[in-house]
Design a protein around this ligand. Structure first.
Ligand code: PLP
Length: 505
């Protein structure tokens, strides 16, 4: 057996590339959200692993027959759920190169190019985003810099641990129970999880209330009054997770004002721009991160909306010593001259795990293959399609836009107010089981039904969000293959399903 036989690699590699190329041409024909039932796969696969080799041909047949039906097609042009994940040829090729070389670049000596390319590419991308110089390795006296992690959850956890330890070094570890961290009720759930994982678990996690009247952004005065009351109660603020492009509605927390408040209390500010960070490479969106100079760290997911195949989260920090003081390890087997010279970065000390992929190759290929101008135009095309979709929704009086669109996500729902057939459709205030319920409940249920019937059709896939108790449908444009005609088709489909539930417009 030679598991890296070059001829086998060539043959099988071509087969897989052909398989995927065919998949991309056919992907719009598959039901976007997989329609299988739970545990479907066990019925199709043997109970135990094979003892003897099987040919790639029969494995690929099984992929086609049994795996593809259980795939939700994130690469479909009709995919509008969550935030899409935009794969690309360059992203795939970068991943393939990285997997093929199979280096584990935990420290500089384990693969110097992996470390050095990462530092350079993160400086490039930081410059494209117009991040302040302190976030760039080359222009911060090597204090700042960027690192590639898997996901935003890791970025939040690493920076939270750094902030925690920075404070505990000043006040003593016994005070861990007094630490308090801040986000809003729109902050991603990974924040609460990171606080849980950090040490014994940071018990004081504030999810400060936001309001629709303020587009669900975290207001600086709400942050300040929450901090005041915590400080009065003897607690110690350490960390704020501000979001640019929240998951539910893409709202934008005002960084400048929040950072001013945070500065007063020496609070570490992390800016989570998991989805919307990509858009900030366009000059017209850069103002969304105005005030970033007051933050300590910033991250976005290149695998969401930057043509970089999963997983690739870009994190920049102003002071990487804060990370390494918390996250570095120095076992004997990793000791080497380069690390001891302090001339090199060992990225293992900027992240949770030791082993790491050569993800910089992927991002490098994306930046070089498309160029910044094309990447900007790719993002703009999605924003334009979202504007078109928003316009179509506004023309149909049965629907309302729940929050004004900012990027390529449109949040909409069947409006409780504009429906002539309201009483017929809502059984005069009773649910499907005849129970008397309030209007808010009924309108939410109607939107839920509408979404489910559309997704069951398999023709498009959208997911939902909820703000101030209102269930809304999220139409998130960002899949690589989506074009305007797909968006128009999706809107027609939504209207057809609304016709059956509500009666025609
Ligand atoms: N933060 C925001 C604003 C998000 O929208 C998401 C995912 O959609 C995340 C964090 C979580 O990202 P990840 O899965 O990379 O941890």
């Amino acid at each position: 057996m030679n598991p890296v036989d070059p001829e086998e690699f060539r043959k099988q590699g071509h087969m897989i590339v052909d398989f995927l190329a065919d998949y991309y041409t056919k992907v719009s024909n598959f039901p976007v959200r997989s329609q299988v039932e739970p545990n479907y796969l066990r019925k199709h696969l043997p109970d135990s692993a094979p003892l003897v080799p099987e040919p790639i041909e029969s494995i690929l047949e099984d992929v086609q027959e049994h795996i593809i039906p259980g795939i939700t097609h994130w690469m479909s042009p009709n995919y509008y759920a969550y935030f899409p994940s935009s794969g690309s040829v360059a992203g795939f090729m970068g991943e393939m190169l990285s997997s093929g070389l199979n280096v584990v670049g935990f420290n500089w000596i384990s693969s110097p190019a992996a470390t050095e390319l990462e530092t350079i590419v993160m400086d490039w991308l930081g410059e494209v985003l117009k991040l302040p110089q302190q976030f760039l390795y080359k222009s911060s006296n090597n204090n700042g810099g960027g690192v590639l992690l898997g996901t935003t959850c890791e970025a939040v956890l690493c920076t939270l641990v750094a902030a925690r330890d920075k404070k505990l070094r000043q006040i003593g570890r016994d005070n861990i129970g007094k630490l308090v961290v801040y986000g809003s009720d729109q902050t991603h759930s990974s924040f609460g999880k990171a606080a849980q994982i950090a040490g014994k678990g940071i018990q004081n996690v504030r999810a400060i209330k936001t309001k629709r009247s303020n587009s669900f952004a975290l207001k600086a005065d709400s942050l300040l009054s929450t901090i005041h009351s915590d400080v009065k109660n003897g607690l110690i603020p350490i960390y704020l997770c501000a979001t640019v492009g929240t998951t539910a509605t893409t709202s934008i927390d005002p960084l400048m004002e929040l950072c001013d408040v945070a500065k007063e209390y020496e609070i570490w500010v992390h800016v989570d721009a998991a989805y919307a960070g990509s858009a900030c490479i366009c000059p017209e969106f850069r103002s969304c991160i105005d005030g970033i100079e007051g933050a300590n760290s910033f991250s976005f997911n290149a695998h969401k909306w930057f043509l970089t195949n999963l997983a690739c989260c870009c994190l920049w920090v102003k002071d990487h010593n804060a990370l390494t003081k918390s996250l570095s390890t120095n076992p004997e087997f990793l000791r080497n001259k380069a690390s001891e010279s302090k001339q090199v970065i060992d990225y293992k000390d900027w992240q949770i795990t030791l082993s790491r992929k050569f993800n910089a190759l992927k991002l490098w290929l994306v930046l070089r293959s498309y160029g910044v101008e094309n990447l900007r135009n790719f993002l703009r095309s999605h924003v334009n399609m979202a504007m078109t979709f928003e316009g179509l929704v506004k023309l149909d009086k049965r629907f309302e836009i729940v929050v004004p669109r900012k990027f390529s996500l449109v949040c909409f729902r069947v409006s409780p107010y504009n429906n002539n057939n309201w009483d017929d459709n809502y059984h005069n205030g009773h649910d499907d089981y005849g129970k008397l319920v309030n209007d808010d409940y009924l309108v939410n249920e109607l939107n839920r039904k509408l979404l489910e019937s559309i997704n069951n059709s398999g023709k498009v896939y959208m997911t939902h969000g909820e703000v101030e108790g209102a269930f809304m449908i999220r139409f998130a444009i960002g899949a690589t293959l989506t074009e305007e005609h797909h968006v128009i088709m999706a809107w027609k489909l939504i209207q057809e399903h609304a016709d059956s539930l509500l009666g025609s417009s």
